[in-house]
Design a protein around this ligand. Structure first.
Ligand SMILES: NC(=O)c1ccc[n+]([C@@H]2O[C@H](COP(=O)([O-])OP(=O)(O)OC[C@H]3O[C@@H](n4cnc5c(N)ncnc54)[C@H](OP(=O)(O)O)[C@@H]3O)[C@@H](O)[C@H]2O)c1
Length: 257
């Protein structure tokens, strides 16, 4: 028995990193999984990797839909594809997001709009447009970050987007409780993904950046996408049936000590 047998899940930003690991885990737990992302080739590869990983135990099913979460028309297409299947949504993981370093004094309107457009606007309208599809008892998991609660130089815009997401989880948990829908945030610490490596100014500087980040973590290492996926699965599944409006840290102790 999988923890998500018979359930339908949507994971945004699932062609890389945490989203891909989570989509793979959801499928392995029996869910039918819809994946999104902007890069089509990477999305096709992600779908194939999930199907291949399923092997003969073939997962509930998987569909990739190209889409940008900051584009409302794309979100409509994604939700239309989910609606077409006719099973609604039991799990929604709004994972699409990212950021980049820019110190105060150099922040541009474009940097602000892009980061807030993907992380905050994208999360808000993904959830809003999914509302008619969410089944009673559904679980919504929002991708937050330890950056929401910790000051990191040159990361203020990203941190502010994740603080907004933390706040969304509280308000939406209160708003959707009467439909039996739970809303929680996952707060990963530094996790080894293409997105984290992309924070380095050049690929050659990535190893030093990752080593420095790992040193800040009490457990002395970066998290893996699979470890974050396991925490998201907990929030997505009935194992967390009495938990809503909360923030679960999967951060090796980074924000706890
Ligand atoms: N890695 C960490 O250390 C860490 C820590 C805390 C929180 N997080 C959060 O975890 C989430 C995943 O991060 P990650 O590290 O796994 O990053 P990643 O490897 O860069 O993956 C990001 C995913 O989001 C998608 N995406 C980005 N912008 C999008 C948009 N506008 N519309 C649709 N999809 C979009 C990307 O696909 P396309 O580019 O093809 O669209 C990709 O699939 C993010 O919300 C991030 O802020 C990560």
């Amino acid at each position: 028995m999988g923890q998500l047998d018979g359930k339908t899940a949507l994971v945004t930003g699932a062609n890389s990193g945490i989203g891909l690991a989570t989509a793979r885990r959801f499928a392995a737990e029996g869910a039918y999984v819809f994946l999104t992302g902007r890069r089509e080739r990477e999305l096709d590869e992600a779908v194939k990797s999930i199907v291949d990983a399923g092997g003969s135990s073939a997962v509930g099913g998987v569909t990739g839909i190209r889409g940008d979460v900051s584009d409302l028309g794309d979100l409509d297409r994604v939700m239309a594809a989910v609606a077409e299947r006719g099973q609604g949504l039991d799990v929604l993981f709004t994972n699409a997001g990212g950021g980049s370093f820019l110190p105060l004094g150099e922040i541009t309107p474009e940097h602000f709009d892009e980061t807030f457009g993907t992380n905050v606007r994208g999360t808000l309208f993904t959830v809003q447009k999914a509302l008619p599809l969410l089944n009673e008892g559904a679980s919504v998991v929002l991708a937050g970050s330890t950056a929401a609660g910790k000051g990191t130089p040159a990361f203020s815009v990203y941190g502010a987007t994740k603080a907004a997401i933390r706040s969304f989880a509280r308000s939406w948990a209160a708003e959707l409780a009467d439909r039996g829908i739970r809303v929680n945030a996952i707060a990963p610490g530094p996790t080894e993904t293409p997105g984290l490596r992309g924070l380095a100014p050049t690929p050659g500087q990535a190893p030093a950046l990752l080593t420095a980040m790992a040193r800040q973590v009490p457990l002395g290492r970066l998290g893996t996408p699979d470890e974050i996926a396991a925490a998201v699965l907990f929030l997505a599944s009935d194992q967390s049936s009495f938990i809503t409006g909360s923030e679960l840290f999967a951060d090796g102790g980074a924000n706890q000590t």
